[in-house]
Design a protein around this ligand. Sequence first.
Ligand code: HCA
Ligand code: CU
Length: 429
Amino acid sequence: MNERVLIVESTLREGEQFAGAHFAPADKQKIALALDRFGVPYIEITSPAASRRAYDDACMLRGLGLRARLLAHVRCVPADVRRTLDAGVDGINLYFGLSPLLREHGHHRDVEGIIAAATECVALVRDAGREVRFGCEDAFRTPEADLLRVCTALDDAGVDRLSLPDTVGVATPRRVDELVRLVRRNVRAEIEFHGHDDSGCAVANAHAAVEAGARLVDTSVLGLGERNGITGLGALMARLYTTDPALVQGYDLVGIRGLDRLVAGIVGVPVPFNAVVSGANAFTHAAGAHTAAVLRDPHTYEALDPAVFGVARTIHVGHHLTGRHAVAGRAAALGLLLEGAALEQATTALKDAAGARLLDAAEIDNIVIDYATTPRPDPVAGEGGQSTYGDGEPVGLALKDHGRDRTLKGLPGLADQIDPSGSVPAMRL
Ligand code: HCA
Ligand code: CU
C-alpha cells in the first residue's frame, strides 16, 4: 500500500506572497487552525526574520499548540536562522537560488559559495535540534551537475529533506519524473517538490514527483502564491485520491470546500468557477446523455465521488441539452409524477424555452409543473419545500406563474438544489 503524501502547506508563506494577500494575525490563526484540522503535517510560514510582524506571528502560531509542525522559510543567512530559532518553530526550510539566472541576477555566488553558506546554516539548525530542509530554488533551470553537487553536499551536511522547486512553472511531468529520480538515486534525504503553475502543470507535476518517489509536496489553498500560484491543496488531494486513496489517508477531504472558501474570503477573491472540488459546478451534470447515464450509475461520468468531498451531486435541468431523465427527476424532486407523453412534451417545452434564453428557477419548475399536475403516488420522504444555493443558506422557492401562486412547502421528494449562480435549478441526488 502507498504511504500518504506529506503536505507542506504553504498558504501562510507562498500564499502570503500572492499579490493582494494581506493576512492579519487573526487570519493567520484561522488559516493555521483550519489546516491543522484538515490534517496537514507541516505548515510553512514566512521567515520570522523578515519583519517584526512576521516574528510576532510566528510566535503566535507556535502558541496555538498545533499538531502540524511549523516550518519557517528562511534565507541562508546565519542571523536570519538564529532569529528564526528564537521564534521557536519546529524546523527551517532553507533555500538558495541555484540556476545561472538567479545566481547572476540575484546573489552572485557560485556553486561552492552556495554550499558553504547553506552548510553553515544547516549546522545551526541541526545543533538546535530542529528539522532542516534545503530548497534548490529554480532547480528545473539549473544544470544537472550543479544541482547534484549541491544536493549531495547538503545531504552530507545532514538535511532531512531536499526540495526541488519549479520556481517559474516550466517543468513538465516527464521532466519532473527524471529529475526527482536522478536526485533520489544520489541522496539519502527525503525529496520535496514545489511547483508553480505558470504553464498549467503544477498539479500534474506534483503528481509526477510523487510517482517518482517524492514524499513531500508543497501546496497552498486554491494554489495561491506568486503570480498565478502553485499546486493547489484541494486539486492535489483530488488527483492523489483518484490515483490511490491511500495517498491522502489522514486528510479530511470533506474540509476542502470550507478551506477554499475561508481563504478566498480572507484574500477577497471568489473561489474560481473551475476549481477542482470547490468549483460551483464541479459535480453538476448538464447534457441529457450524461444526466441519464449518471442517474443510472454515477461512475459513467464521475471520476470523483462527490460524497467523499462532502458535496452533493447536482443535475442541471435548465438547458437546451436537458434530457427527459433529468426532467422526470426534477418532477420527482417536486413531488410530482411526470412520465410518458407528458414527460416528452415537458422536455420539448423546456428545451425550446431554454434554447431561446437563460431560464430562472421558477420558470423551469413551472414548465415541469404544467405538464405534471399529478402528485406522486409514492412520495419519497425528504427535505422538500426549500432549495439551497450550493450548500449555503436556504431560500424559499415561491413559484408564481401562469396566473397561479405556488409555494412549494413541505413537498415530498428529493432535496432540491439550485446552482450557486442562482439562475439554474438543479437536483440533488
Ligand atoms: C521564493 C521562491 C520559492 C521557494 C520554494 C522553496 C520557489 O518565493 O522564495 O524554497 O521551497 O518557488 O522557488 O517559492
Ligand atoms: Cu514558490
